[in-house]
Design a protein around this ligand. Structure first.
Ligand SMILES: O=C(O)CCC(=O)C(=O)O
Ligand SMILES: [Fe+2]
Length: 597
C-alpha cells in the first residue's frame, strides 16, 4: 500500500489473486499444506471462482492435506472472531459468542488505531490526487500546514471504512462499530450481564442518542438491575473514539465550507448540528431517502402474471418461481436477429470511433481480464449526428429501451408508472492471452440499488448504491462468446439460485433490491453485449439524456427531410454549423457512463 501501486494491481491484491499463483507454486513443490492454505485464502475472497471450487474439492480429497490446513493466511484474527461470534449468536449461544464478539470489537479498534497512525507520514507520501482537493497547492507556510493537516484528517476518517472492510472485499460493513455494540448489549443481556449490557447500550446511544430501541433496552436493563449503579457509563474506548472523531469531522466540515476541501463522511451517525448549515442541504440531497425505500416490492402470486399482456412475439420463458426468487423474469423475443445485428454494429462502430481517437476500450472496472465499453443513448445520438455511427442504430437503441420499459412496467408495476433512469449499451470482451490464469468474475455479485453485506445478508439502501433504481433489465444481443452467464444468488452472495444464458432478444428483468443479488461469470472468449437498463418510480430521476437524445435524432431527421425536399441546396460540407457545435458540447460533458457503473 505504501508503494502506491496502480489501482489494477491494488485490486488484484485486494482480490487476493497472488494466492492463486502461490497455490500453484506450492502444489508443484509438493508442499500440500501450504498449497491448501493458499487455496483457502484465495477462495474465501473469491467464493464464486469455479476453478478454485474444483481445486478445493481436490485438496480436500488428498490424503496429505489435513482439515486444519485450510486456514486463512490473510484475514486478521479479529475478523475470524467476528465470524465465529456471529455464527454462535445465530445458534443462540450468546455466552460463547460474547468473548469472540468482544475480541472482534477490540481488534477493530486496534486496527483503527494502527490505520490512523499510518496517516501521520511525511507529506511526500500523500499522492498527487490529494493535491486537487481544493486546499490549493500554492501559498506559504500556513497554507502548507493546513493542507497537510486536512490530508491527515481525511486519511484518519477513511480508516473507518478501511477497518470495516473485510480483507478481499470492496465495501465496508455498514455502521460497523454501532452494529457490533448492539450485538454486544443484546448478548450480555441474554446471559444476565446487566451492567455490561448497560455499558454497551449506552455506547450505542453515544452514536445515536435518539435510537428508540436502544433507549427501550436501556430502560429495561435498568429496571431489571434494580437499584441504580452510579459508576455505570458508556464504554471508555468508544467514548474516546467518538470524541476524537467528532473533533476531526468538525475541522473537516470547516475546511470543506471555507477552504474548498473535500470530505466524504464515512459515518451515518454524525449529528446534523455539526454540519455547517450551508453544506447540510447539499448533503441531504445526496443521501435523499424516499418514502418507499422502506417498503420492498411485494412478490405477486403466479396467477397474476398470466394476466399480463405481453408484446407481440414476446414470450415469458421463466417466471419468478422458476428462477427461485421473488421478482425475476426471463422474457424472450424482444428483438429480431436483424435488430440484434444493428445494435451490435452500433456498439462496434462506437468503439471503433473511440479507438480512432486513441480510446481503445478501457479495462473493465470489475476485472483486469476484460475490456469494457459503454455507450449511452445520448452518446449514440451524438455519434449518429456526427455521422460516426448509423442513425438507424441510435434510433433503435431508443426505441428498444422504451420497449423494455413498457414490458417491465406491465409486468412488475402496472399500477405505478416506471421511468427509465439509465440506459446503456455495454460490451465486455475477454482480453486474449489473459484468460488462462483467470480467477474472477466479469461482474462480482451485487444488488443494483443497495450495498450488499454478504455476511449478514443485509442490503443497505444508501450511497454509493444507486438507491433510486427500482427495476433492472438486461437485454442481451448475442451468445457467440464463452462464459458470461448471468446468475442470481442468495443474499450470502455464494449460493447460486438461478443462472441465465444470454442470447439475442432475451430480457432478464428483476427488482433492483437485496432480494436479487446477481453477478456475471467471467467472459473468457469473445465479446458479450447487452443493453442494461434501470427503471425508477421517482420521476425526478427520469433519464434526461434519453429526452435529449430523442430530440437530437428528431432534429437530424427533420434536417434530412428538408435536404431531401430541396435537392438544389448547396451540398457543401457541414461546418461550421450549429449542429456540430452541439455535438461537441455534449460530448465534452462529464462521462456519465463511469458514474453509473
Ligand atoms: O450484464 C449483465 O448480465 C449484468 C450486469 C449488471 O448486473 C449490472 O450492470 O449491474
Ligand atoms: Fe447489476
Amino acid at each position: 500500500e505504501r508503494l502506491r501501486v496502480g489501482s489494477t494491481l491494488r485490486d488484484a491484491f485486494r482480490r487476493r489473486e497472488p494466492y492463486n499463483y502461490l497455490q500453484r507454486a506450492y502444489y508443484q513443490l509438493k508442499k500440500l499444506d501450504l498449497a491448501a492454505a493458499a487455496a483457502h485464502t484465495f477462495f474465501v475472497a473469491n467464493p464464486m471462482h469455479l476453478q478454485m471450487r474444483e481445486d478445493m474439492a481436490k485438496y480436500r480429497r488428498m490424503s496429505g492435506v489435513q482439515p486444519q490446513s485450510f486456514r486463512d493466511l490473510e484475514t486478521p484474527p479479529h475478523w475470524a472472531a467476528y465470524d465465529t461470534g456471529l455464527e454462535l449468536l445465530e445458534r443462540q449461544e450468546a455466552g460463547l459468542a460474547l468473548p469472540r464478539l468482544e475480541e472482534a470489537l477490540q481488534g477493530s479498534l486496534a486496527q483503527m488505531e494502527s490505520c490512523r497512525a499510518d496517516c501521520q507520514g511525511p507529506e511526500e507520501q500523500e499522492g498527487a490526487e490529494e493535491e486537487e482537493d481544493g486546499a490549493g497547492s500554492q501559498g506559504g507556510l500556513y497554507e502548507a500546514i493546513a493542507r497537510h493537516w486536512i490530508q491527515v484528517l481525511q486519511c484518519r476518517q477513511r480508516c473507518v471504512g478501511e477497518t470495516a472492510t473485510r480483507p478481499g472485499r470492496s465495501f465496508p460493513v455498514p455502521d460497523f462499530l454501532p452494529s457490533q455494540l448492539r450485538r454486544l448489549h443484546e448478548a450480555h443481556a441474554q446471559v444476565g450481564n446487566l451492567s455490561q449490557a448497560i455499558e454497551n447500550v449506552l455506547s450505542v446511544l453515544l452514536f445515536y442518542p435518539d435510537d428508540e430501541a436502544a433507549k427501550r433496552a436501556l430502560n429495561q436493563y435498568q429496571v431489571q438491575l434494580g437499584e441504580p449503579r452510579p459508576g455505570l457509563g458508556p464504554r471508555e474506548d468508544i467514548q474516546r473514539f467518538i470524541l476524537r472523531s467528532l473533533g476531526e469531522k468538525r475541522q473537516l466540515y470547516y475546511a470543506m465550507e471555507h477552504l474548498g476541501a473535500s470530505f466524504k463522511d464515512p459515518d451515518p451517525w454524525t449529528p446534523a448540528a455539526l454540519i455547517p448549515e450551508a453544506l447540510r442541504e447539499k448533503l441531504r440531497e445526496d443521501q435523499e431517502k424516499r418514502p418507499w425505500d422502506h417498503e420492498p416490492p411485494k412478490p405477486k402470486p403466479l396467477t397474476y402474471w398470466k394476466d399480463v399482456l405481453l408484446l407481440e412475439g414476446v414470450t415469458l420463458t421463466q417466471d419468478s418461481r422458476q428462477l427461485n426468487g421473488s421478482e425475476r423474469a426471463v422474457l424472450d423475443g424482444l428483438l429480431t436477429p436483424a435488430e440484434c445485428g444493428v445494435l451490435l454494429q452500433l456498439a462496434k462502430d462506437a468503439a471503433g470511433a473511440g479507438a480512432r481517437s486513441g480510446y481503445r476500450g478501457r479495462r473493465s472496472p470489475h476485472t483486469p481480464h476484460e475490456r469494457f465499453e459503454g455507450l449511452t443513448v445520448l452518446k449514440a445520438a451524438q455519434l449518429a449526428r456526427a455521422g460516426t455511427v448509423g442513425s438507424q442504430g441510435a434510433k433503435l437503441l431508443l426505441e428498444v429501451s422504451e420497449r423494455v420499459r413498457t414490458l417491465t412496467q406491465a409486468y412488475f408495476s402496472p399500477e405505478r408508472p416506471l421511468h427509465l433512469s439509465f440506459t446503456h449499451l455495454v460490451c465486455r470482451s475477454a482480453i486474449e492471452g489473459e484468460q488462462e490464469q483467470r480467477m474472477d468474475l466479469s461482474h462480482p455479485v451485487h444488488a443494483d440499488n443497495c450495498v450488499l453485506d454478504p455476511d449478514t445478508g443485509e442490503c443497505w439502501r444508501e450511497p454509493p448504491a444507486y438507491t433510486y433504481r427500482d427495476y433492472s433489465g438486461l437485454l442481451y444481443l448475442n451468445d457467440d462468446f464463452q462464459g458470461g452467464d448471468l446468475f442470481f444468488t442468495e443474499p450470502n452472495a455464494l449460493t447460486v439460485t438461478a443462472r441465465v444464458r444470454p442470447r439475442c432478444g432475451r430480457l432478464v428483468a428483476f427488482s433492483s433490491g437485496g432480494e436479487n443479488p446477481h453477478g456475471v461469470w467471467a467472459v473468457t472468449r469473445g465479446r458479450r453485449c447487452a443493453l442494461a437498463l434501470w427503471h425508477t418510480w421517482a420521476p425526478e430521476h427520469r433519464e434526461q439524456e434519453w429526452i435529449e437524445a430523442k430530440e437530437l435524432l428528431q432534429e437530424s431527421e427533420e434536417e434530412e427531410e428538408e435536404e431531401e425536399e430541396m435537392p438544389s441546396k448547396d451540398p457543401s460540407p457541414e461546418p461550421p454549423s450549429r449542429r456540430h457545435q452541439r455535438v461537441q458540447d455534449k460530448a465534452g460533458k462529464a462521462p456519465r457512463v463511469q458514474e453509473e457503473l
